[in-house]
Design a binder for this molecule. Structure first.
Ligand code: PGA
Length: 249
């Protein structure tokens, strides 16, 4: 049985006091669930979030980190810094990191290596742009992203990976991939992993869908056999919406 996951990527939103308010609401309203529930506040509020959620079932993840151990990387955050405040999950390769901050799969491969080497779980994001889907290249784009960032890993590292397929055209746009489009791509991702490794690796890795998941569409998307949950942006900033999405899994 694969782990079902609902993760909220808060992006550059919520001050410390707003973070405390949202976390209090979430902890009060979180239902009993078989799914792993994760929130990813901004770096500066991670320690407070981790403290706040100590007795909660909600996990905290970082939105990014650097690949280096430490050193002269002004403005960056290392794996050890995250581990030291009790975090062992990190989102890597979000499309905004790729498009706005120039991260590519070669760089992401190094970040993934560091996360795995440090015993962390990496939530690895990838997905095609609109023109790539329109031109029918979405499968090859996704296959290349996986190959370049992940397929150098040893089989056992896959136990520390969660995949998040996020078609860029669906992120923050209100336009969602249809449940069938999500299923089609998730099945393709699993087939690609099975070919590169084996069916056990492919069947055990959780693949989340991300891109305009809302309370109104979550249940249908999550009902697809290869969709193991969601990475939620905008709708994770409101407790009632996020909780409704958690309930949909
Ligand atoms: P969205 O963002 O839910 O606001 O579309 C998803 C994401 O960026 O992970």
């Amino acid at each position: 049985m694969r782990t079902q996951i609902v993760a909220g990527n808060w992006k550059m939103n919520k001050t410390l006091s707003e973070t405390e308010v949202l976390l209090s609401e979430l902890s009060a309203k979180i239902p009993d669930t078989h799914a792993q529930v994760i929130v990813a506040p901004t770096f500066i509020n991670l320690a407070a979030a981790q403290n706040h959620l100590q007795s909660s079932t909600i996990h905290v993840a970082a939105q990014n980190m650097h690949f280096a151990e430490n050193g002269a990387y002004t403005g960056e955050i290392s794996a050890d810094m995250l581990l030291d405040i009790g975090l062992d999950m990190v989102i890597l390769g979000h499309s905004e990191r790729r498009s706005l901050f120039g991260e590519d799969d070669a760089l992401l491969a190094k970040k993934v290596d560091t996360a795995i080497g440090k015993g962390m779980t990496a939530i690895f994001c990838f997905g095609e742009e609109l023109d790539e889907r329109k031109s029918g290249n979405h499968f090859s784009v996704v296959e290349n992203q996986l190959k370049q960032a992940l397929f150098h890993l040893e089989e056992k590292a896959w136990g520390q990976l969660v995949l998040a397929y996020e078609p860029v055209w669906a992120i923050g746009t209100g336009e969602t991939a249809s449940p069938d489009q999500a299923q089609e791509m998730h099945a393709f991702i699993r087939k690609t992993i099975a070919e590169a490794y084996n069916s056990s690796v492919a069947n055990n890795v959780s693949i989340l869908y991300g891109g305009s998941v809302k309370p109104g569409n979550a249940a249908e998307i999550f009902s697809k056999p290869d969709v193991d949950g969601g990475l939620i942006g905008g709708a994770s900033l409101k407790a009632d919406d996020f909780i409704a999405i958690v309930k949909a899994i």
